[in-house]
Design a protein around this ligand. Sequence first.
Ligand SMILES: NC(=O)c1ccc[n+]([C@@H]2O[C@H](COP(=O)([O-])OP(=O)(O)OC[C@H]3O[C@@H](n4cnc5c(N)ncnc54)[C@H](O)[C@@H]3O)[C@@H](O)[C@H]2O)c1
Length: 304
Amino acid sequence: MQRLADKVAVVTGAGRGIGREIALLMAAQGAKVVVNDLGGNTDGTGTGKIADDVVAEIRALGGEAASNTESVASVAGGESLLQTALDNFGGMDILVNNAGILRDKTLFNMNESDWDAVIDVHLKGHYCCSRPFAAYIRKESRTGCRIINFSSVSGLFGNFGQANYGAAKAGIAGFSRVLALELAKYGCTVNTISPGALTRMTIPLRENRGEKVEEEAMEAGGPQHIAPICAWLAGPEAASITSEIFHTGRGAIAIMQQPAIIKRFVKPDGLWSLNELDQVVPELIEARKANIAAAATTAGDAAG
Ligand SMILES: NC(=O)c1ccc[n+]([C@@H]2O[C@H](COP(=O)([O-])OP(=O)(O)OC[C@H]3O[C@@H](n4cnc5c(N)ncnc54)[C@H](O)[C@@H]3O)[C@@H](O)[C@H]2O)c1
């Protein structure tokens, strides 16, 4: 059974890496796919026609696809995605916000253009592509739609040297939670994926540590491992699942905690004194440590 038969999916950054695998799997599941990719370098410079290659690949396998080479970082680019879907396939049901770049530097060395480029492609890119789709869903009363966003442990946990990327990826998690609320009444789910995969974005990090990335490593940890949960979330079985963050890669599938209050003290009759906080804050920190330990146990159980 093809789970995405008659659906129209737009996958951004689908010319290579994780996006390409998602486009191929969604097409194999019957979706008509708009393959978007600017075709640039990892740092966001340059352009290329790699989206056309993935379209040709999908067609050669008997699927349906159309190419879009606009940048997700502009409002016009985001609008063109919906237009490409309407022009070629007459509708749009699924948006995968996957396109991304990196400009890793510590804050000491990060200039304004490094900050802006990364925020523009990731965080603003999610806005640019989601807004026209959301407006279309509401105007057309299109039911059963899906938005799948891409965050990262860089923003969810924190990672040295990625203040721009981490801020964008944490922002995307917040964006997703709000969008899930706003689109709920239209039956559209909004979920987030935190992937871990060997792609041109991450292979250099391995190689810088002196590790060689060969075929075996790609089989064990390549971008093909991210596509299944993405296609599943786009399918009918995921109709009631929204506002979740799934972490996946190397054969593992996990669900993330979301921000929530762990422990709370209330002083109804006035302001906390600093001396009182000397007592209360360590108790809050202990509660947080216990929470981390409990979550680590659960994660270990699940993996085992
Ligand atoms: N690979 C990982 O381990 C990992 C970890 C965490 C998050 N992610 C996220 O997953 C997503 C996919 O990453 P990947 O590893 O496949 O990287 P990748 O570099 O292989 O692919 C990203 C694609 O996005 C395209 N792109 C960049 N800017 C664009 C723009 N403005 N408009 C349209 N396309 C654009 C690129 O040309 C590229 O083909 C990204 O959002 C990334 O941040 C990846």
